[in-house]
Design a binder for this molecule. Structure first.
Ligand code: SF4
Ligand code: SF4
Length: 344
């Protein structure tokens, strides 16, 4: 016996979330972006469509936010904490995240709790509930199975939905957080005599394209290689790949003064594909070419992050490749590395 929920009852769940003062985050009408839902009718569970252009990371790691404000006059200097924009008792509920999105919070938590604990990210992560869904979509850019995930991976989800048809989902409660969250809404779930394991086995997964261990070993031993120059040759340094990525997390810190007596310190998204990213005050830039910057993108994801945190910094969503205006496909680059590694 499995628990199921109808689409109609899912919208009632969203109503309950909104009425309780929590924040429901879902995809917009066209499935392009994630947004705060103001009405349960806006709910879209796009389990059979292409992943949204952007991930939902901006609700945890915001595009721009104040770290503190400051005021000074000749007698005093004051630092002022920003007011949290979300009530600390409110949950942030992500509805309908595919496995390549659901996993992102755990992966990013590693870097935001390393040498410095980022209270902004952590507060939102603690408040988050991820209602993930199995994914019934794949195209040439998807490669979740190459990075340890799959269309039915429950990793990162607190509650996991498995689509049964257009109107019903099987419901799996994955975490204690999910169990606690769903408790007031159990009346929306029904019992159904189905074999969930058989349904899950029937969901097709993308073919595995490369072996991350082999790629890491090759990148470690081939810091200078033409592959990176070739990959970066057409890069426009637009940064789309980093901004769309569910786990890219580079940021810049900028002090903005309103005059000599007040100002604020801002934390803003940044991207290692930008030419200015590593430009030193001296004028020297250790990554002055697109090839060196693309090498950084690949090495950070498949070597450095793994060295440091035992995690691949990629969920195989394919967003960076689908959206790249220069047609650079990270899965093709990394598959090419795997091929070259096999020939060595
Ligand atoms: S999206 Fe493509 S063109 Fe833009 S920075 Fe990334 S790799 Fe370069
Ligand atoms: S690197 Fe590309 S494929 Fe991997 S998680 Fe980021 S956007 Fe998705």
């Amino acid at each position: 016996m499995e628990k199921i929920i109808s689409y109609e009852n899912l919208t009632k769940l969203v109503d309950g979330i909104i009425q309780s003062g929590h924040i429901a985050i879902g995809q917009d009408e066209k499935g392009i972006n994630w947004k705060r839902l103001n009405d349960a009718k806006e709910l879209k569970i796009n389990y059979a469509s292409v992943p949204s252009n952007l991930s939902y990371k901006e609700f945890l790691f915001t595009k721009t936010e104040p770290v503190f404000y400051f005021r000074n006059n000749k007698d005093n200097f004051n630092l002022i904490e920003p007011k949290p924009e979300i009530n600390e008792n409110s949950k942030i509920v992500f509805l309908g995240a595919k496995p390549c999105d659901s996993r992102s919070i755990e992966i990013m938590s590693k870097v935001f709790n390393w040498d410095y604990k980022d209270k902004f990210f952590n507060q939102r992560a603690v408040q988050s509930i991820v209602i993930g869904t199995a994914c019934n979509y794949q195209d040439e850019f998807c490669f979740c199975t190459s990075v340890g995930l799959s269309p039915v991976s429950e990793k990162g989800s607190d509650i996991f939905l498995v689509p049964l048809d257009d109107k019903n989902f099987a419901v799996k409660i994955i975490s204690e957080k999910g169990k606690e969250f769903i408790a007031p809404y159990l009346n929306l779930l029904a019992d159904e005599n189905i074999s969930l394991d058989k349904i899950i086995v029937g969901i097709k997964a993308p073919e595995k394209k490369f072996d991350t261990a082999k790629v890491k070993e090759w990148v470690t031993n081939n810091f200078e290689h033409k592959i990176f120059d070739d990959a970066g040759a057409t890069c426009l340094s637009c940064g789309q790949c980093a901004f769309a990525c569910p786990v890219c997390h580079c940021f810049d810190i900028v002090d903005e003064e309103c005059d000599y007596t007040c100002g604020r310190r801002m934390k803003n998204w940044d991207a290692c594909q930008f030419g200015l990213f590593t430009l030193h005050g001296s004028g020297h830039n250790p990554r002055e070419t697109h090839g060196k910057r693309y090498r950084q993108r690949v090495a950070h994801k498949f070597k450095y992050y793994h060295d440091k945190f035992d995690e691949i910094l990629c969920t195989g969503c394919g967003r960076c490749s689908r959206g790249c205006p220069a047609g650079i496909d990270i899965a093709c680059v990394v598959t090419n590395i795997n091929t070259v590694a096999n020939q060595a």
